[in-house]
Structure formats: C-alpha cells, structure tokens
Design a protein around this ligand. Structure first.
Ligand SMILES: C[C@H](CCC[C@@H](C)[C@H]1CC[C@H]2[C@@H]3[C@H](O)C[C@@H]4C[C@H](O)CC[C@]4(C)[C@H]3C[C@H](O)[C@]12C)C(=O)SCCNC(=O)CCNC(=O)[C@H](O)C(C)(C)COP(=O)(O)OP(=O)(O)OC[C@H]1O[C@@H](n2cnc3c(N)ncnc32)[C@H](O)[C@@H]1OP(=O)(O)O
Length: 382
C-alpha cells in the first residue's frame, strides 16, 4: 500500500483527526491512537485499522513514554486546542528536537494563530467563518450546515491527510520533518475556492438558494416521486437538459427557456408535478442509460445494492457486518486495503505497541502499576 512503513501517532480527538488517521491507515500507515486512561470511553467511530494505547499524558512518565513513541515515528497528529500540547511538554519544538524527521500535524478549527486560535468550536462555527455557510440553504431560509461534512471532514481531516502526504513527500528529498497547521476554517474555504473564483462569472449574484447550483435552478435540484422518494437532477448543459425534458415527456416548445431565471419558479412547478407521477424506480428506469444527469437519491441502506456501486465494490462489509465506503481514490498498483476487523478497544494494544517500540516487560509492568498506562487485551478477548 502507498503508505506502508509510515508510523503515525494520533492523539484521540472528536471527528476530523480520527478521519485523518483512518485515511492514513486505509492506505497502509501503521496508526496508533493514544487514548486517555481511567475508564475513558472512545467516541472514535473512524478507528478502522488503528491500534490503541491508553496513556496518561498528565503524568511526566506518560509524557516520556509518548516522546519515546514519537522518536520512532514519522507523524504525530494532534487535535487539541492551541497550547495544550505545549503545556504537556509535547509541543513541536520538544518533539522535533528529538526527531527532526517528525511530521507534526496540528488539526484545529481556527489554526495556531489569530484571536480565535484558543476558542472552542465545531464544524458549524468553522464553516460559518469560512464564508461558505452564508451560501448554503434554500431561498428565504436561514443558512443550513450540510451535516459536519465540509469543515470537519473535507476541510479538516482530509486536508490534514493531504498535508501529511505532502510533508512525507518533501521529507523524502530534504530528510526533514515539519509542522502542519491545519485550520478547518481555511481548509473549508479552500475547498470552496470554486465559489470565490467563479464569482466573476455571475454564478453567485443572487441571494442564497436562488442561484444555479444552490437549488435556485429547477434543473439542478431534487424532486419528490410518487412513493415519497427523491430524484436528483443535475441537467446543466443544454444537450443534457434536452434529455431531461425528453425523459419527463415534456415538450420544450411549451416550456420557458432553460436559462430564463425569472421563469425558474414556473419551470420548477412543472418538474415537481411531473416527477410526482411516478415512483423512484420508474424514473430510474427511464433515466438510466441516458445523459439526462438524473439519478435516484439513494439512502445509506440502498447504496450497497445499487448495480453500479456493486459492480465497482464501492462499499464493503467488515467482519462485524458494518457497511462503509471503500477508501477513495483507487490506486492501480497500490490500492488501499481497509482493515475488516472490529475497531480497537481503548488500551487494547498498549502492551504490544510498547514492546514493539522497545520497552522492556518490567518497564511496562511498572508503568501499569503506576497507572501511567492501561492494558485492555483481556477485554478484547471476551
Ligand atoms: C460536530 C463535530 C463533533 C461531533 C462529535 C460527536 C459525534 C460526539 C461529541 C460528543 C460525543 C458523545 C459523548 O462523548 C457521550 C457519549 C460517549 C459514548 O462513548 C458514545 C456516545 C456518546 C453520546 C458520544 C456520541 C458522539 O461521539 C458525540 C456526540 C465537530 O465539529 S468535531 C471538531 C471539534 N473541533 C476540533 O477538533 C478543533 C480542535 N480542538 C478543539 O478546539 C478542542 O479540542 C475542542 C474540540 C473544542 C474540545 O475542547 P476541550 O476543552 O475538551 O479539549 P482541549 O482544550 O483540546 O484539551 C484536551 C485536554 O485533554 C487532555 N488530554 C488529551 N489526551 C490526554 C491523555 N492521553 N491523557 C491525559 N490527558 C489528555 C489534554 O491535556 C487537555 O487537557 P487540559 O484541558 O487540562 O489542557
């Protein structure tokens, strides 16, 4: 796999950093998640392929163990508020001094500088600060955050993984590590570059929800079918729009021009009425195999059985029967091989990882009895 041999230490976080770690693990990195001790419960649902070490970083001996792990690693991934790592003596200066090849990835909402750097926040706040949230939502409605996909995952976890891969690539030339400052505000804004750089085209001149790509245009929207399901329509280009009209059995001569913005409400009413006359399956049969850019809106339960997704193996079932998306993109020679086993319990691999990193059995037992580490392999065997 592309990242085989890369050793990553991920400090347990909420959503973006776990996703970043999972991407790295899917593509072959050996990812160790460092969890808190004292009966902490994991909220990491993105733990595929990771091992867990339970380590108390509030204790200097725990900090020393962490440093020893980092000396032998390529990447450390930290998702805490600015200053938290430094307070524990684990800031980039401390760790890079001991391992100059280390890539120190910081994944926060507001980045490491600026007046918001230390503020708590979540996806919706970062999205708001990126400018994108102001553009999301239906006409005459308040801004609407599309789950926590844009800032947490696209602008955060994925962007950070990209930064790590860039830094690894650069290190192969320079031999040096570096610090990555991933701000989810900036990551989300960057993902939204199209919005910024297409403003001159007039694509976003109108209020929220009234533009071509934000549900303003009737040919770029969803429509309810007679069985209460939905179809997605993305028929932008005239030749594809014509196929939409044909599939709906409408006559273009009876309709206003596609790009007549003032007629969009009337056109939407027509499309709404027609889509409501057939079931989703019936519309799918009509539009499948055409270039009308019309597809069913599939639920998470339906995607696995869709013939196209099945043909590509786009989703897979792990050993627990849990379905999730296959890692993307697909590399021809060194594709990702997602782990099929269950997620780790907190501290399940503490002992084996410490041994792998050169700790003696007696040292491990001392750390255990002092409450610096926790070992939960027994729980894993139950
Ligand atoms: C919208 C999303 C978030 C969605 C997450 C939800 C899906 C989940 C949130 C709550 C979960 C539920 C809950 O946990 C209860 C159940 C638990 C059960 O197991 C499962 C079911 C639950 C219902 C569970 C279900 C779900 O999982 C939840 C609903 C986001 O936007 S995520 C993005 C958030 N933002 C960032 O990541 C940006 C950067 N980080 C931050 O800004 C802050 O970290 C943050 C997120 C604001 C949190 O601030 P906080 O004050 O809590 O922490 P920090 O200041 O960063 O400091 C960390 C402290 O922890 C210490 N520490 C770390 N590691 C160790 C260690 N190994 N040993 C000892 N101590 C450690 C560190 O020293 C810091 O201590 P201090 O505060 O003393 O300095």
């Amino acid at each position: 796999m592309a990242l085989a041999g890369v050793r990553v230490i991920e400090l347990a976080g909420l959503a973006p950093a776990p996703f970043c770690g999972m991407i790295l693990a899917d593509f072959g990195a050996r990812v160790i998640r460092v969890d808190r001790t004292k009966g902490a419960m994991t909220v990491d649902t993105q733990a595929r392929g990771k091992r867990s070490v339970a380590l108390n970083l509030k204790n200097p001996k725990g900090v020393a163990v962490f440093k020893r792990l980092c000396v032998q690693s390529d990447v450390v991934l930290e998702p805490y508020r600015k200053g938290v790592m430094e307070k524990m003596g684990l800031g980039p200066e401390d760790l890079l001094k001991e391992n100059p090849r280390l890539i120190y990835a910081r994944l926060t909402g507001y980045g490491q500088s600026g007046s918001y750097a230390k503020a708590a926040g979540h996806d919706i706040n970062y999205l708001a600060m990126s400018g994108l949230l102001s553009m999301l939502g239906r006409s005459s409605e308040k801004p609407y955050a599309p789950l926590n996909l844009v800032a947490d995952f696209a602008g955060g976890g994925l962007m950070c993984a990209f930064g790590i891969v860039l830094a690894l690539l650069e290190r192969s030339r320079s031999g040096q590590g570096q610090i990555i400052d991933t701000s989810m505000v900036e990551g989300a804004a960057y993902v939204g570059s199209f919005m910024w750089k297409s403003r001159s085209l007039g694509l976003w001149n109108r209020p929220r929800g009234e533009n071509m790509l934000d549900s303003g245009a009737p040919f770029y929207d969803t429509y309810c079918t007679s069985d209460g399901k939905y179809m997605a329509v993305g028929a932008i280009e005239p030749q594809f729009y014509q196929q939409l009209i044909k599939g709906l059995a409408l006559d273009d001569a009876d309709l206003p021009a596609q790009m007549s913005v003032s007629d969009w409400p009337q056109l939407r009413q027509t499309f709404t009425r027609v889509f409501a006359t057939k079931t989703q399956a019936e519309w799918s049969r009509i539009f499948d195999g055409t270039d009308a850019c019309v597809t069913p809106v599939l639920s998470l339960d339906e995607v696995l059985s869709h013939p196209h997704n099945q043909a590509r193996g786009s989703f897979f079932k792990d050993s627990q029967g849990e379905i999730s998306p296959r890692p993307a993109p697909v590399l021809s020679r060194s594709p990702a091989e997602p782990c099929h086993s269950r997620d780790p319990f907190i501290g399940e691999h503490t002992r084996s990882v410490l041994k792998e990193y050169g700790f003696e059995q007696a040292q491990i037992e001392q750390l255990l009895s002092a409450g610096i580490i926790e070992c939960n392999e027994a729980k894993a065997r139950l």
